[in-house]
Design a protein around this ligand. Sequence first.
Ligand code: GLP
Length: 243
Amino acid sequence: MQIIICHEPENWADDAADEVSRQLARNPASRLSFATGATTLPLFDELVRRHEEGRIGFSQATCFQLDEYRGLGAEHPASCAHTLINRFYNRINIRKENCHFLDGLNAAPVEFCREYESLIQEGGGIDLQVLGIGLNGHIGFNQPGTPFDSPTHSAKVEDFTWQKNTRFFKNPEDNPRDALTMGVATILSAKKIILMARGGEKKDILCKALFGPVTEDVPASVLQKHPDVLVILDHSLSKLCSS
Ligand code: GLP
């Protein structure tokens, strides 16, 4: 595991964007996956900027959605699909048919998740997975207690995360209690993983996730078992595990 501290807020997304650029240079038909949430928005903007400058192209790339609220379609402004489409996919040259979504409106989530997992694994897995981390250590929507061998599945959004995410909803009652998510095993099967985190409030959970015991109580701790993880932190997280 490699850890990079980014000291200048204006360059927050550069290292992650460099990795995406390198990945696409190695293999233009790479299979990518990006977390949504506040952390990765600057990365989308940076990748769009590089695309507009002709420095990066997505015409052969494929993207798989990491997680989604159940009950929300892509037209809902708080859905993860809405963010991916409007903040990222519509601003780069990725082909629509190469963007795979977790359908939050699907009435048969078990079958849907099984097929989504097959689509990922039978096509050769994810080449580069970009993650954020929740304050309780969740990755995707894999909450504490999620088995490490879980594939893509329907998950409960535990209370703590639900409370945190109400900020994305005009009406808190619209905030779903269930989600679809790539599982911990799906995430771990990616060839390379980037974990991005910023803001001092994530210090304690990052200390546990990166240096504590590997336990299902802290889903992100599973990343310690992956051979190729890049962690990108901002200056407020430069002294992890110290008071
Ligand atoms: C959300 C999402 C995750 C995201 C994480 C961190 O609940 N399910 O995919 O990475 O929490 O979000 P943020 O970047 O806003 O802190």
